[in-house]
Design a protein around this ligand. Sequence first.
Ligand SMILES: [Zn+2]
Length: 63
Amino acid sequence: MGKYECKVCGCEEFISQLLQYDVFEHQDGKLVFIKSEIVEEQLELFCRDCSEKISFEDEDVIY
Ligand SMILES: [Zn+2]
């Protein structure tokens, strides 16, 4: 068993779930898209296949 694999399904790919939202601004009666922002909280990773939450060491994360 690898160090990081899903306990439920064995998948070795994980996805983060950062909160992202788009900012719109009122301009002359229109709503104009300004930018996307990401709410960066603590990184959490979930199994890509079954969404099981994965626990991991922060120092093992390589961007
Ligand atoms: Zn899984």
